[in-house]
Design a protein around this ligand. Structure first.
Ligand SMILES: [Zn+2]
Length: 130
């Protein structure tokens, strides 16, 4: 699972290429969506969801939903978030090829049951994320 800093490194060229007002949305979609790992890790670590995986912002369907809302609302800002999310997921899939992140709806249908998911950077000290 790529570290947040790896997502940042991949996202920086896209951020640099965007007009200034879309840079933060691309950063949010490209890097900050990994905040859902903290919910997942917290539930896993607390023992409440040992065999379940809750990465709510990860999934091609999530990206599609954000892109559709962006198109419906005619919001280039939300479109920039979706673009960052697409880049984030491309990096995730290229690095780990983990089926569990493909679809939020599929995970929800399975009640987020995914017993063999490895936790990575989020289990380590933030000092090691660099
Ligand atoms: Zn991710």
């Amino acid at each position: 699972m790529p570290y947040p800093t790896q997502h940042l490194a991949v996202t920086i060229p896209l951020i640099a290429a965007m007009p200034p007002k879309y840079r933060l949305p691309v950063f949010v979609g490209g890097v900050l969506i990994d905040v859902d790992h903290f919910l997942d890790f917290g539930l896993h670590k607390s023992g409440r969801a040992q065999s379940r995986t809750f990465v709510l912002f990860h999934g091609l369907d999530v990206i599609a939903a954000v892109a559709l809302v962006a198109a419906w609302r005619k919001s280039p800002t939300l479109g920039a978030v979706a673009l960052g999310m697409a880049l984030h997921h491309a990096k995730d899939y290229a690095s780990e090829r983990n089926w569990v992140k493909v679809s939020l709806l599929w995970r929800a249908k399975r009640r987020f049951y995914a017993p063999r998911v490895r936790r990575g950077w989020e289990t380590r000290s933030p000092l090691t994320w660099l």
